[in-house]
Each structure stands twice: as C-alpha cells, then as structure tokens.
Design a protein around this ligand. Structure first.
Ligand code: ADP
Length: 626
C-alpha cells in the first residue's frame, strides 16, 4: 500500500519563507505558482522581471524536501542563484563546466545522498546519459525551467540547447515540470507549453507593468551631454548605457572616463576574458556604469541597476522591454531613458536591408520592419509609456496618469503652432529645390549667414531665417519628426537630401495636421520631476548611512567572492538606514533579513549602524513607514 501523499499548506510555506528569506508577504501570483508546485501540477508562470519567479520554486523545494532540478541558461545566473540560496541557509549546487573534476565528483555525491535541495543544471548536462541516471535514482519529482522562452523560436533569446528539454517527459514521466519566463507574447507561451509537453498546466500570467520604472523618451541632441545629465541624476548608482555599435561604445566609454566617470565598455568584439572581467566588476559593485551593445544581457543579475539609457532606438519593443527590464529588479525606482531621433528608423532600415541582401534573407524584412515601425511609433507616440507598453503586450492599463513617464510628468510639450512650423520647414525644402540635406536646410531656416548659404544665394530666399531664434538641435529634431510622420522624406545614401511627397503638399495647403513636440525648458541645473515612488522610497532614509552600509556590503562581497546583492539587497540597506535598528532582534524585523543572513552579517552591519547613530546623535528603532 502506498503511503498517503503528504499535504503542505501555504501557511507552512510562509514560515519557511520568513525563516530563510525574511519576507512576510507574497507578491502577486506567487501563492498560486507555489501551490502548483506543491500539488505536483505542471505550470507556466509568466511574471515580469523582478516579479519574484525564483521564490515560486525555491520555497516549495525547501518545504517538500528531495531535490528540485532547475534548468538555467547561463553559468553566471546559476552562480548567483546558488550563492543567494546558500546565503539564506539552503543547500544548493550547480554542476557546470566551470567545476574541476574533484568538485564535480563531490557535488554528485551530495546529490546522490539527497543532500541538495536545489540543483542547477544547463539543459545539455541534464540529458547527458550518465547524469540523468543519477537523477532517476534519486527520484527527482520537480523540474523548474528558468528563462523558459529560450526554448522558443519566437522568443528573442532562442537557444538550440533548450530544445533538448523535450526529452524530459521521456526520462521523467512522473515528474512535474514548471516553466518560468518574463516573455509575454502569446506565441511564445503556446510554444513553451507545446515544446515541454506540459500536461494540463496551471498557466499564470502576471501584470506586465513595471510601476517602479520611469520611462523617458527624449529627442537626441548631444549624446555625451545628455548621458552626463542622466549620470548626474544617478551619482554613485548603477546603470547600463546601450549603444548601437561597438565603435559608439568605445567612444562613449572613453569620453566618460575623460570626465572622470568610471565606465567600462562591453561588446562582442572584446575577448571572453575581458567581457567576464567587466561582468564581474559590475556584479561585485567595483564599477557602476557599463557602456555596452546589447551583447551585455542575460547574465546580468545585479538587482540595483538604477538607470538604463538607450542612446538610440532598439530594434523592437520586445528588445526594449527586455533591456529596460534590467533596471530596478529589486522593485525600487529606476529610470529608463531612450534618446530618440527620427533618423534611427531610417538608419536601421538601411542597415538591415543591406545585411539581409547579403545574407539572402530579404523575406524576413517585412516582419523586422514591422517591429521597427512599432518601436518608432512608441517613441513618437503621445500615449503614456506605461500604457503603450502594457497594451502592446496585450493587457489593459487602468490608471489615467502613470506618474512615471515623460508624458505624464510633462517632460515634453506640444510645439505651439506646429502646423506653421512644419509649413516653414517644408517650404524651405521646396525653395532649395529638394536638392539639399538636413544641415543646409536648417542653416537656411535659422538664417545662418555662412559662406555655404551665401554662395548659393540662399540668403535671398523668402524662407531664409523663418525659424531664427530656434536652436539647431530643435529644428533638426522637428525635421526628423516630420520624416517620421511621413510628410517629408530623406533620400539617397551618400548625400541624403530632403524631398517632398504628396503628404508634404497637403500639410503646406493646411489640409493635413502634424504634431511636433519639444522638451519643456527648465532652468539650468533644474532636475526633471521626481516620481512619487522615488520620493517615498527614500523617505526617512539616512543617505550617509546608506552609503556606508553599501561600502561594507562591497567589502563583504569581495571577501566572499559573491555578487553584492547576495549579502543584502538595496531595499534592505535602505530600510536599515531608515529604521536604524539598535539590536539584532530589531534588525530581524526588516524584510529581507532571514535567520542565516542575520547570523552571518548582522553583527557587522549593526556595529556600523550603532557607531553612525551615536556619533551623530540620531535616534534608533524608527518605526517603519506604512
Ligand atoms: P524574477 O526572476 O521574476 O526576475 P526574482 O526571483 O529575481 O525575480 O526576484 C526579484 C527580487 O524580489 C529578489 O530580490 C527577490 O528576493 C525579491 N522577492 C521575491 N519574492 C519576494 C517577496 N514575496 N517579498 C519580498 N521580496 C521578494
């Protein structure tokens, strides 16, 4: 007679979570996702980055006992997860190619003896014959597939190795399989279920909005200057600056270093050792700013990235969501700035057409262009950014004002008399006989008395000086906005010139409307609006103490060779710097301080807090903000 199936309740789970992780509440859908694991029912869980997917399989693994196997695409991700679990006092291991033969043997022994609660593996290793036999012997009953979208061709991170996971069902017919991803599209979801042959799975799809992210799309005038403005707002904080090309990465990183900003470059042209060194420096908080191509990606687990800056438009909204998703994983406020020019889509289309022609893949171009057009529309759009993103991924967005995007915060404003401005620009293109590029048309419109303008007699045109008093950058931006609205064209590769089309004449005759925007003028040094979230999350925090706690965390991370957030996350440090606990018992009440971390690090942090407060006469044990 088989023994009755043990039953576990969510209350048991909550005790485990409070003990190991120090969390007292669950995030949306975590309870249902954990229940599916406890019930041994297949599941697909789609939660945005930072939504807390890991806890959904980690906590039940501890409660149920036995070994849960987690499939993860990158060694760096596995290492962070294993370090983080061990810091919580949970037996975890990863068996990967970075181990020596002796280490691997030792871990395999631990696995055989059932001592490992969570075992991290790459998909290739899972299906190695010798290894899956070990797993069969220990009767693995739960598999968690992290970054499950990697199995799908439709996703943006397809990994052929993931396809091998189809064999899981064959090898482990009794086990439950749980797939986790942040990738939202319907096609990818369906594909994951089919590829993994999930049986009657519980499908949980969370809210894709990331309310802690502040989105800004700003007209690009001067990349270096605008980058410095963003850095100024995020002094001492972590950020990623994305550039289109390797050359742009090297140049911008060098320019920042000249300004004494410690920024490291990262792109596929560097050796793998160089890239690894940059990743490690970033993870351990030795360096805070990375300038990179999109090659800097999935292995980046640092949870306190406070800004992501795109110096040009990404290729699709899926890419944008993924790249900005690296900001604010800890749930605290973070800023995502995109520097946009109407020229971006033109550059992209010509670049991609050329490479498709060379590779003979022109058939894919319409699909690629569709993604570019969607991205371009988002940049130009007048719709709240949170709403536009959430809607793109097929969900509704209720609030009227997100309070966390350039449009809702009033960073940009409509240009008054946009139609007249547009008519001036288009007439000037007509007057110079549609034979000149943007630079020249701008010079004529601004009434620049230059040799080039005079020698062509363009200082005599009726359109000369029509936009006098406006900056070059503004006029350039409006020209690109008109191109983006397809009421003006830029043609020619070597010397692109501005040309009119039928829509241009409609605008000139006043039969067609256009919309132009410009940045709201701020006084010099005036910061753009802060979000409500930013204000609240810093309320009562002693910044000086927070910085001191961060330094201590950095030292501990270096000593232990782990990523800094493994010690304590920013959220915990901020709370410590707000509450300023006087004893270890009080410190234990701060969310994110579990028993093992308290034992390992509590005394060091407490000593620092007590010294800091005594020296400044600051009160201890401030009640938490509700
Ligand atoms: P995802 O994998 O979905 O991107 P993670 O699993 O890395 O997200 O979780 C993001 C952060 O949220 C981590 O720091 C994690 O410890 C924290 N977290 C998860 N669940 C909770 C919870 N219930 N309460 C507080 N913090 C949580």
């Amino acid at each position: 007679m088989s023994s009755p199936k043990p039953t576990w309740s969510l209350a048991d789970l909550q005790k485990i979570i409070a003990h190991h992780w120090g969390y007292r509440t669950l995030r949306p859908l975590q309870d249902q996702a954990m229940q599916a694991v406890l019930d041994g029912r297949d599941s697909l869980v789609v939660l945005p980055t930072g939504g807390g997917k890991s806890l959904c399989y980690q906590a039940p693994a501890v409660l149920r006992g036995g070994t849960t196997v987690v499939i993860s695409p990158l060694i760096a991700l596995m290492k962070d997860q294993v370090d983080s679990l061990r810091a919580c006092g949970i037996a975890a291991a990863s068996i990967d190619s970075s181990l020596s033969a002796t280490e691997r043997f030792a871990y395999e022994m631990d696995v055989r003896q059932g001592e490992v609660r969570l075992l991290f593996l790459s998909p290739e290793r899972l299906v190695q014959t010798a290894f899956y036999r070990v797993l069969q012997q220990i009767e693995v009953h739960t598999f968690a597939i992290d970054e499950a979208h990697c199995i799908s061709h439709w996703g943006h991170d397809f990994r052929p190795e993931y396809r091998q996971l189809r064999r899981l069902r064959e090898f482990f017919p009794q086990a439950a399989v749980h797939a986790y991803t942040a990738t939202a599209t319907e096609a990818v979801r369906r594909d994951i279920i089919a590829q993994l042959a999930l049986q009657n799975p519980v499908v949980l799809v969370g809210n894709f909005d990331r309310p802690n992210l502040l989105y800004r799309v700003l007209p690009r005038h001067d990349v270096l200057k605008q980058t410095l403005e963003v850095l100024e707002r995020h002094q001492g904080e972590a950020g990623i600056i994305y550039c289109l090309r390797r050359r742009d990465v090297d140049e911008l990183a060098a320019a920042l270093r000249k300004k004494h900003i410690k920024a490291l470059p990262y792109h596929a042209g560097m050796s793998s050792e160089e890239r690894q060194a940059v990743q490690d420096a970033f993870a351990s908080e030795q360096v805070d700013v990375i300038v990179a191509t999109v090659a800097f990606g999935m292995g980046i687990d640092r949870s306190n990235v406070r800004f992501v800056l795109h110096t040009a438009m990404p290729k699709s909204l899926e890419h944008y969501q993924q790249e900005t998703g690296r900001a604010g994983r800890d749930g605290l406020e973070a800023e995502c700035v995109l520097l946009y020019s109407g020229a971006d889509i033109i550059t992209f289309k010509s670049m991609l057409t050329k490479s498709a022609q060379e590779a003979g893949t022109e058939a894919h171009l319409p699909n690629v262009f569709q993604h570019l057009d969607d991205m371009d529309r988002y940049c130009r759009g007048a719709v709240c950014r949170h709403r536009a993103l959430v809607r793109y991924f097929g969900q509704d967005y209720a609030p009227d004002n997100c309070n966390a995007c350039d449009l809702c915060l009033g960073d940009t404003e409509a240009v008054p008399d946009a139609l007249i401005v547009a008519q001036k620009i288009l007439s000037c293109v007509a007057r110079v006989k549609q034979s000149f590029g943007i630079g020249h048309v701008i010079a004529v419109l601004r009434g620049e008395n230059t040799e080039n303008v005079r020698k062509r007699g363009h200082d005599k045109l009726t359109t000369f000086g029509l936009l006098k008093g406006h900056s070059r950058a503004d006029v350039r931006d409006w020209v690109y906005q008109l191109i983006a609205q397809e009421v003006l064209q830029q043609v020619g590769d070597d010397y692109p010139v501005l040309r009119l089309n039928d829509a241009s004449w409609e605008v000139m005759r006043g039969q067609r409307q256009v919309r132009l925007v410009q940045l709201v003028r701020r006084k010099k040094g005036q910061r753009p609006e802060k979000t409500k979230m930013e204000t609240i999350s810093w309320e009562g925090v002693d910044r000086e103490l927070f910085e001191a706690l961060r330094r201590l965390r950095r030292d501990l991370a270096r000593e232990r060779q782990v990523s800094a957030f493994i010690i304590f996350e920013d959220r915990v440090l901020r709370e410590l710097a707000r509450v300023r606990p006087s004893t270890l018992e009080r410190m234990r009440l701060v969310p994110g301080v579990g028993d093992k971390r308290l034992r390992d690090f509590g005394a060091r942090f407490l000593e620092l807090i007590v010294d800091h407060c005594r020296a400044r006469g600051l009160p201890f044990d401030v009640p938490p903000v509700c």
